[in-house]
Design a protein around this ligand. Sequence first.
Ligand code: FES
Length: 156
Amino acid sequence: MDSVAATDTEQAVTAAFEPRIIAFVCNWCTYTGADLAGTSRIQMAPNVRIIRLPCTGRIDPLFIVKAFERGADGVIVSGCHPGDCHYSSGNFHARRRFAVAREIMGFFGIDTGRVVFSWVSASEGRKWSEVVNDATSQVRALGPFTAYRDLAAGKG
Ligand code: FES
């Protein structure tokens, strides 16, 4: 009887799950695109919290790990399209770093499906809303990220 009740509770928790997603975005393109989405009143999932950086070249892969450690269920990294970086090559550095970061996510116990990389320009408010909605659906399907909380609680 207890296991049936526990299962019902788990299903209720899963059904109510709304992912917390952190987006690391560059100031010049994606942040402005996200702002455009807001001022254009484009509907999108309310699950994303933005951290604005000067350029995606500033994003250290450990920022991503730290976001998960602090309770995120998913992370978006987004900046200017190739060739459009305001610091000329910051997004190329970010792309290379991100490719390596994806390879080591497994080592940190993080499913790569929880991390999304995209290019969104200042005029692509609609695209930003699609990135947000797609990332939210993808992470929702994966469920809550509890590995670090379980470790901290001694369950890992
Ligand atoms: Fe946008 Fe470099 S300024 S990625």
